[in-house]
Design a protein around this ligand. Structure first.
Ligand SMILES: Nc1nc2c(ncn2[C@@H]2O[C@H](COP(=O)(O)OP(=O)(O)OP(=O)(O)O)[C@@H](O)[C@H]2O)c(=O)[nH]1
Length: 494
C-alpha cells in the first residue's frame, strides 16, 4: 500500500506476513555378505559412528509414504525452535546426547555469533514408534520477520507445523504471521507451549490465547521445556498422529521442487528438493523446467543433518540433489525438476520476495569487482530473497543496488559476504522504495508507465516531472489484550 509523502501516517513495517547406529538399524541397504567376524566388527563400528562419518547408503525405499511426516518448526524470535530441534534430534538418536548440543541446526557462523536462525535447515530423523520406522523430515525456520521468506518456502515442503509459543511471552507478532502462513497453506498446526520451566511461565494463559486467537482447542496444546527436555516424546507422538503423510505418487514421473540451494565451489549447486511424485537416483537424466537444461544426477541423499548420500529419493521424501549445475544462474529456487523424456506440469514455485529496503554495495577496491560479483551471485543462490541490480556511482565506481527484506537482513547478508566469501564492501545508507506519479503524457510515454518506482535516490525524478510522490505504508492489525485497547487507540491517533 502506498500513500502520498508527508501525510503524517504511520510508516512502520507490519509483520509480513547427525545418527547413532541404533537409529539406523535395519535401514541400510544390504551389503555384500561379510564374514561373521567382519560382520560383527562392522556392527560395532555402526554403533560407534555418528551419521556424519557414515559412508553406507540408507535404503530410502523402506519408508513408505504412510510413514513419512514432513513438518516445520515455526515461531516468533527466540521462542525456542532450534532448542526444540536439538531435543528432537537427540530423542531420535540423530545426534548423540551431550551438553554441547546448542542450536545444532544453526550451522552458519553468523547464526552462532548472533544466536539467531537466519536460514531454514532441514534434518531427516528416523524414528521407531510402535514397531514402525518413521521418516520425519524437520525444517527449523528463522523467527525474525526479515527472514520470513525462508519460512514461506519451507512450508511448501511440509504437511504440518509445530507452532512454538513461549510460555512467558505468549503470542507475539511473528507467531501470528507464521501461523497464517501455515493456515493459508492448509497445513496441520500443532501448538507447542515452550519454556514451561521459567519462573514466570503461565502456560494456562497462553493456552487460552491460542484458543482465542487461532481457534485451536486448548487441549491440543503440548506444554514442554525444550531446554530441559520435558514432554518432547509427546511432540514426536503428535507429529505422527496429527500430521498427515504427503499426498504423492511414486509410480508417476518424477516431479521435484527445489525449495532451497547452496553453492559448493567443487560440486556446484546443491539443491534441496521435496519429491512430489516419482523417484530419482544417481545417473538419472533430469531437466530443469526453468532453464530446460538437461543434467545427470551425480548424488542424491538426505540431510541427517549432514549430507548422507542415498541410492534414491522417493516421492514424499525431502533431501538434496547434486547434478553438475556449475553456473549460479542455473539454480532457481522454486524450479521443478523432471526426468528426461517424461515432462510434467511444473509446480507453481514461489512468489518472489518483496524487498523493503535498498542499499548500494560497492567493492572497496574496484579491482575486486569480479570477485565480489561472483560472491554476491553465490550468496544470492542461498538467499533468494535478495534482489540485485547493477549500479554505478561517480564516487564509488561500479557496484549493485541490493534489495533486502529489512535492516537485519542487510546486516546479515553483509556479514555472510565477509565471513563466507572474505569480501569487504562499502554499503550505502539504506532507503525505502518511493513511487512518483508522472505529470505529462510525454513522460508517461518515455517511462512507459504512469507511476515509476524509485529504488535509487540518484534516480529521483525532478519535482517538475511529478504530480505526486508516494511512500510505502502498511495496513496493520494490532492484537492486544483488552486492557491496552484505550492506550493503543490513543497512540494510533497521535
Ligand atoms: N528456560 C528456557 N529457555 C529456553 C527453552 N527453550 C529455549 N530456551 C532459550 O531461549 C533462547 C532462544 O532459543 P532458540 O532455540 O535459539 O530460539 P529460536 O526460536 O530458534 O530463535 P530464532 O531462530 O533466532 O528465532 C536460548 O537462549 C535458549 O537456551 C526452554 O524450554 N526453557
Amino acid at each position: 500500500m502506498w500513500t502520498p509523502v508527508g501525510r503524517g501516517r504511520w510508516h512502520g513495517r507490519a509483520p509480513t506476513v547427525w545418527a547413532t547406529a541404533a537409529a539406523h538399524r535395519g535401514l541400510l541397504e544390504p551389503r555384500r555378505t561379510p564374514s561373521r567376524g567382519a560382520a560383527a566388527k562392522s556392527r560395532t563400528l555402526d554403533r560407534l559412528y555418528s551419521s556424519a562419518d557414515r559412508k553406507e547408503k540408507i535404503d530410502m525405499s523402506r519408508f513408505s509414504v504412510e510413514n513419512i511426516r514432513n513438518f516445520s518448526i515455526i515461531a516468533h524470535v527466540d521462542h525456542g525452535k532450534s532448542t526444540l530441534a536439538d531435543r528432537l534430534l537427540e530423542l531420535t538418536g540423530t545426534i548423540d546426547k551431550t551438553k554441547n548440543n546448542k542450536q545444532v541446526l544453526d550451522k552458519l557462523q553468523v547464526e552462532r555469533e548472533r544466536g539467531i536462525t537466519v536460514k531454514a535447515q532441514t534434518a531427516s530423523l528416523f524414528y521407531n514408534c510402535e514397531g514402525k520406522q518413521y521418516l520425519l523430515n524437520l525444517i527449523d525456520t528463522p523467527g525474525h520477520v526479515d527472514f520470513s521468506y525462508e519460512v514461506s518456502r519451507s512450508l511448501s515442503a511440509c504437511q504440518g507445523v509445530l507452532l512454538v509459543v513461549d510460555a512467558n511471552e505468549g503470542i507475539q507478532a511473528q507467531t501470528v504471521a507464521n501461523f497464517f502462513l501455515a493456515f493459508e497453506a492448509q497445513l496441520s498446526v500443532i501448538p507447542v507451549i515452550n519454556k514451561i520451566d521459567l519462573k514466570n511461565a503461565d502456560p494456562a494463559r497462553v493456552e487460552k490465547q491460542i484458543e482465542k486467537v487461532f481457534d485451536i482447542p486448548s487441549d491440543e496444546c503440548i506444554k514442554i521445556s525444550a531446554k530441559l527436555g520435558t514432554n518432547i516424546e509427546r511432540v514426536l507422538q503428535a507429529v505422527i498422529e496429527r500430521i498427515p503423510p504427503p499426498k504423492v505418487h511414486r509410480k508417476n514421473p518424477l516431479k521435484a521442487l527445489v525449495f532451497d540451494s547452496t553453492f559448493d565451489q567443487y560440486r556446484g549447486v546443491i539443491a534441496n528438493v521435496a519429491l512430489f511424485d516419482g523417484v530419482v537416483s544417481k545417473g538419472d537424466k533430469i531437466i530443469s523446467a526453468h532453464t530446460k537444461k538437461t543434467y545427470e544426477v551425480n548424488e542424491v541423499g538426505v540431510l541427517n543433518p549432514n549430507e548422507q548420500p542415498t541410492h534414491k529419493l522417493y516421492a514424499g521424501q525431502v533431501g538434496y540433489l547434486i547434478a553438475g549445475m556449475k553456473d549460479v544462474t542455473e539454480a532457481q529456487i522454486g524450479d521443478t525438476l523432471y526426468l528426461h523424456k517424461q515432462p510434467v506440469e511444473p509446480l507453481p514455485g514461489f512468489k518472489s520476495a518483496k524487498p523493503m529496503v535498498f542499499a548500494g554495495m560497492y567493492p572497496i577496491d574496484q579491482s575486486e569487482y569480479n570477485n565480489l560479483k561472483s560472491a554476491v551471485e553465490k550468496l544470492t543462490i542461498n538467499d533468494s530473497s535478495v534482489t540485485v541490480h547493477r549500479d554505478s556511482s561517480l564516487a564509488l565506481g561500479a557496484g549493485w543496488r541490493l534489495g533486502f527484506l529489512g535492516l537485519l537482513h542487510m546486516e546479515v547478508f553483509n556479514q555472510r559476504l565477509e565471513q563466507e566469501y572474505n569480501a569487504s564492501v562499502i554499503l550505502t545508507t539504506p532507503t525505502v522504495p518511493y513511487k512518483a506519479v508522472l505529470s505529462s503524457a510525454k513522460l508517461i510515454k518515455e517511462y512507459r508507465e504512469k507511476e515509476i518506482t524509485i529504488i535509487n535516490p540518484a534516480q529521483f525524478p525532478d519535482k517538475s516531472k511529478v504530480t505526486e510522490y508516494l511512500e510505502p505504508v502498511i495496513l496493520g492489525t494490532i492484537i492486544t489484550p483488552d486492557e491496552y485497547t484505550g492506550k493503543v487507540m490513543m497512540l494510533c491517533q497521535v
